[in-house]
Design a protein around this ligand. Structure first.
Ligand code: AKB
Length: 318
């Protein structure tokens, strides 16, 4: 039986991943790691153990891992792309100094480690259509620089010390549970909140700007099934391209409008978000993930839109 620590358990991915892992491995086997000020609440607090686990404090991490006999760490601590541009030093401190602490603890205590990478690890001179698994990665954002470093440092710890590091390059994740904060793809979540609240949506990303996206249930399955994958089949480790759909603002607007006919959207492009979005792929080739560990998304744009509208409407009404 695995004993898992989720670092960043109250964030956008962590809040749902912790529940999913507890369903699979049992509540007492999954520790919800958090930083002071972002304590787990409700079902997250009641469903299993929790502990302060700040990636910038290596000794504290080591103590949590020892106390709970942790053998697997999901390290979700990071600033998203837009907020990282505003706080580059902090983005590096959390994303890379923090990762170093996690990898050191993992090396000392033989833990497997999942640390997400992102489509943000690509840059303007990456091939934008069907971006290959192995290709040019020269991002110009601090977020991208830290994600490429995450991939390389994780590979290094695997090759040099045998630490079982694995990761995926997440596209924009869409969820009705915990909103993201400070990402370039956040508009694809915000648009649903506007539609359900009966508000006009002001889109910060220009018409025609395509990016890869994924519904959160697929994102959780991607992380967990990669961590469960047979290591002898993995030719890659950090990080796998994974995608479920690729769309521009007008495509998701049209999908929502089919179900909410009164919904309206206008464009007011945010130059920083737009520049970042344009530097990212239009669509990823995720064939390596499909071949090496059987990755398959379950939700396309229509199924995701239907489910998001249904679930978010119920959530906001309660
Ligand atoms: C962001 O927009 O910063 C993230 C990502 C794609 O990594 N959602």
């Amino acid at each position: 039986m695995k004993n898992i620590l989720v670092i960043g358990s109250t964030g956008q991915i962590g809040s749902e991943l912790t529940h999913k892992l507890r369903e699979i491995y049992g509540g007492s086997h999954v520790v919800a790691g958090y930083i002071p000020g972002a304590e787990p609440k409700g079902a997250l607090a009641e469903g299993g153990p929790s502990a302060v686990a700040d990636v910038t404090d290596g000794e504290q991490l080591a103590a949590v891992v020892a106390e709970h006999g942790v053998d697997t760490i999901y390290n979700l601590a990071a600033l998203l792309s837009v907020v990282a541009e505003q706080k580059p030093r902090l983005a590096w401190k959390i994303g890379i100094d923090g990762l170093w602490n996690v990898l050191e603890v993992a090396r000392e205590r033989q833990c497997a480690v999942f640390t997400p990478s992102s489509i943000g690890s690509f840059g303007p001179n990456t091939p934008h259509e069907l971006t290959p698994q192995d290709t040019i990665q020269r991002p110009r954002t601090i977020y991208g620089v830290s994600k490429v470093t995450t991939e390389l440092l994780s590979d290094y710890y695997y090759q040099k010390y045998g630490v079982d590091t694995r990761s995926v390059r997440f596209p924009g994740l869409i969820s009705y549970v915990t909103p993201p904060g400070g990402g370039t793809t956040d508009y694809a979540v915000d648009i649903f909140y506007a539609a359900v609240r009966g508000e006009r949506f002001v889109c910060p990303i220009a018409e025609g700007t395509r990016m890869d996206m994924m519904y959160m249930p697929d994102g959780l399955r991607a992380a967990i099934s990669l961590m469960e994958a047979d290591p002898t089949r993995l030719r890659h480790r950090n990080g796998f391209n994974v995608t479920a759909m690729s769309f521009a603002p007008e495509n998701i607007y049209a999908q929502i409008k089919r179900r909410v006919p009164t919904f309206e959207m206008e464009y007011r492009v945010d130059p920083l978000k737009q520049a970042i979005a344009e530097s990212w792929p239009d669509s990823l080739d995720d064939s390596c993930a499909r071949e090496e560990w059987g990755w398959r998304p379950e939700y396309g744009i229509a199924a995701m839109t239907r489910d998001m509208l249904e679930k978010l409407t119920a959530r906001l009404a309660s």
